[in-house]
Write a protein that binds this ligand. Sequence first.
Ligand SMILES: *[C@@H]1O[C@H](CO)[C@@H](O)[C@H](O)[C@H]1NC(C)=O
Ligand SMILES: *[C@@H]1O[C@H](CO)[C@@H](O)[C@H](O)[C@H]1NC(C)=O
Ligand SMILES: *[C@@H]1O[C@H](CO)[C@@H](O)[C@H](O)[C@H]1NC(C)=O
Ligand SMILES: *[C@@H]1O[C@H](CO)[C@@H](O)[C@H](O)[C@H]1NC(C)=O
Ligand SMILES: *[C@@H]1O[C@H](CO)[C@@H](O)[C@H](O)[C@H]1NC(C)=O
Ligand SMILES: *[C@@H]1O[C@H](CO)[C@@H](O)[C@H](O)[C@H]1NC(C)=O
Ligand SMILES: *[C@@H]1O[C@H](CO)[C@@H](O)[C@H](O)[C@H]1NC(C)=O
Length: 398
Amino acid sequence: MVSTLLLGALMLLPGISVSANACVERPHGYCKQLDIPLPITADTAVFDIPRVDNDIEAVSWAIYDATRTTIHGPGNIIKNTTTSETFNIHAQLCVPKSTKNGKHNILQIATHGVHYDSRYWDSEYKPENHSYVEAALKAGYSIFTYDRLGVGQSDKPDAYDVVQAPVELEILRQLTFMARNGSLYEFAGHAKPSIPSFKSLAAPHKVVHIGHSFGSFLTSAFIARYGPLTDGAIITGYLFTTQLASAGSTSFSVEYAATGNPPFNRSSGYVVAQRDGIQNIFFGGNPKTAFTPELLDYGISIKQPVPIGEFASAFSLLGNPGPSFRAPVQFLLPELDFYICRGDCRGLANMTELNATYPHATKIEVALQPNTGHALPLHNNATAGFQLIFDFFSRNGL
Ligand SMILES: *[C@@H]1O[C@H](CO)[C@@H](O)[C@H](O)[C@H]1NC(C)=O
Ligand SMILES: *[C@@H]1O[C@H](CO)[C@@H](O)[C@H](O)[C@H]1NC(C)=O
Ligand SMILES: *[C@@H]1O[C@H](CO)[C@@H](O)[C@H](O)[C@H]1NC(C)=O
Ligand SMILES: *[C@@H]1O[C@H](CO)[C@@H](O)[C@H](O)[C@H]1NC(C)=O
Ligand SMILES: *[C@@H]1O[C@H](CO)[C@@H](O)[C@H](O)[C@H]1NC(C)=O
Ligand SMILES: *[C@@H]1O[C@H](CO)[C@@H](O)[C@H](O)[C@H]1NC(C)=O
Ligand SMILES: *[C@@H]1O[C@H](CO)[C@@H](O)[C@H](O)[C@H]1NC(C)=O
C-alpha cells in the first residue's frame, strides 16, 4: 500500500492522481485494478428517442421519459440491430487476507447502478464504515467490481445505439464465464503490478452475484436467464412493482454531461444528475440520523453520467421468468427507497409473485434496511446492512 504520506506527496504532483482505491493492500485484503478487453455480441436497437446535446434537451428528455404515454418497450424500436465489438471494461479484483473460514473460494461479482460507477461499492470516504468491498473482504469473501459500459474507466460508446441493456447483460455473462473457468484469475495474475497473492490463484469454487439498482435489473435478469451460472444472488435497491421508477426521470434533475458541473468528457446523449437529483434518488430517511452532509457530498462527488439508450432498452431486463435459477436469493431493500418504492418499501414485496418468478430458488428472502435510502452504503447504518447480506449467505451455505 502506498503510505498516506507518499499518497499526499504524489497528489501534489500535477498530472498524477493516486486514489486510495489504487492501493493494492487493504486492511483485510489485496486488490488489483484490471482493464479487460471483452468481445461482446448482443441484440441492440435504434430507438425512437430524442437527441440530447444541451441542458434544455437534457431536461426535455427527462420529461419525455417520464411522460405517461411514452413507450418503454419494443414498440419504441425503429430498427433492430446487432452490436459486435470489443469493449474495455475496467475492473477490480480483491482477495481476502484471511482464508480461515474458506469463503475466499466464493467470488462475489458486484454490478453497480446508473449515476455511479464501481466506486459505489468501495467508498473512499470512511471505508471501514461505507465500503462494501472492505466489508466483504473482512467477512472473508473475494470480490470483483467493475465499471459498467459508459462509466468510470470503461469504454464510453454511443449513448443511443450501443450502451443498451442486452449489451450490458452480455458483459456480465462473459465476466462470469471468465470467473468460473479461471481465465479471470489468470488475467489478474498476469496484470501489473505483480502481487504474490494473485499468482496462480485457483478459480473460485462458487460465484455469486450482487447488484444495486440498474445493476440489480441486470443481476435479476442474469440469474433468471442464466440460472446455472450463479450460486446465489443479492438484489439490492430493486423490486419489480408498479412503484418502480414511478417518481420518474425528472427526479434525476439532469443536465447535459459534456457541459455539466463538473463537465464530463462524454458525447451526445449522456446526461448527468445535479446535486438535488442525487439526493432525490439516493438519499432517504431522517436527515438528522440516516446520513450526514459529508456522505451526501461524497455521493455527489462520485456521480457519473448516464447514456439515455440505457433507459430506452431497460424494459428487456424486467420481469424475466427464472425457472433455471436453483440457488438462494435475497432482496435487500432500503426501507425508504424513493426511486424503487416511491419512498416506502414496507409491504411492497409480493412473495407469491417472487415465488412464481423463481420457482426453483432454494430460498427467497426479502429484507428491509431501516431508515435508509436507495444508496445503502452511503447511509450511517451501512455496515449493519452489509451484515444482513453476509448472514444470508452463511445461512445458505455461502
Ligand atoms: C424488433 O424486435 C422485437 C423483438 O423481437 C420485435 O418485437 C419488434 O417488432 C422488432 N421491431 C422492428 C422495427 O423490427
Ligand atoms: C465505523 O467503523 C469503526 C471501525 O471499524 C467502528 O468502530 C464503528 O463502530 C463503525 N461505526 C458504525 C456506525 O458502523
Ligand atoms: C473462459 O471464458 C472466456 C469468456 O467467455 C473465454 O473467452 C475463454 O476462452 C474461456 N477460457 C477457457 C479456458 O475455457
Ligand atoms: C475524451 O474522450 C475521447 C473518446 O473517448 C478520448 O479519445 C479523449 O482522449 C478524451 N479526452 C480527454 C481530455 O480525456
Ligand atoms: C400478490 O400477487 C398475486 C399474484 O399476482 C395476487 O393474486 C395477490 O393479490 C398479490 N397479493 C397482494 C397482497 O397484493
Ligand atoms: C413461497 O415459497 C416458499 C418456499 O417454497 C413458501 O414457504 C412460501 O409459503 C411461499 N409464499 C407464498 C406467498 O406463496
Ligand atoms: C441498523 O441496521 C440493522 C440491520 O438492519 C438494524 O437491525 C438496526 O435496527 C439498525 N439500526 C438503526 C439505528 O436503524
